[in-house]
Ligand binder design. Structure first.
Ligand code: SME
Length: 155
């Protein structure tokens, strides 16, 4: 397929409904993990314009920065630390409406106000996380959780 993304306006649901098949087409048939993570981060950033969209991958006993779109970020996060490390430790999606109210939040960018982190699961084991940051408070909800969990289930 062409590598141009069709970007639409509208409700959050309609934006995800338009984007998901395009992401699926981008990664279908491509076995390279880094290539697919890079395109997923690029597609989400292009459609939604969030501050930061990217992946951390579990390597030994740490999360290590992977493909992302946005400002430069911290490279290593230990299990249980910050929102990403907590999502890894708990193996579940975490929605943080106000990062300043999250104990231990790691501020990679002072512009970040809210965040969602979705774990990547392979046979019940966390192999990484998708982290999304917004400059707006209370940006993420159950709709983001549902669609972003679906996207990471394809990885
Ligand atoms: N805020 C994250 C760290 C990663 S950056 O936001 C890209 C956290 O608390 O885990």
């Amino acid at each position: 397929m062409a590598e141009d993304l069709s970007i639409i306006k509208g409700t959050k649901e309609s934006q995800y409904e338009s984007l998901l098949p395009q992401i699926k087409a981008l990664i279908t048939g491509e076995p390279d993990l880094i290539a697919n993570l890079a395109n997923i981060a690029g597609a989400l950033k292009e459609q939604f314009g969030w501050l930061w969209v990217g992946f951390y991958l579990v390597k030994q006993d740490e999360l290590v920065l992977g493909p992302f779109q946005g400002p430069v970020a911290c490279t290593r996060i230990r299990k249980g630390r910050g929102v990403c490390g907590a999502s890894w430790a708990e193996a579940q999606t975490l929605i943080v409406p106000d990062v300043e109210a999250f104990p231990g939040h790691i501020a990679c960018s002072s512009l970040s106000r809210s965040e969602i982190v979705i774990p990547l699961l392979q046979n019940g084991v966390v192999t990484g996380v998708l982290d999304v940051d917004s400059v707006a408070l209370n940006e993420f909800d159950e709709t983001d959780k549902r669609y972003l969990e679906e996207i990471v289930s394809w990885i």
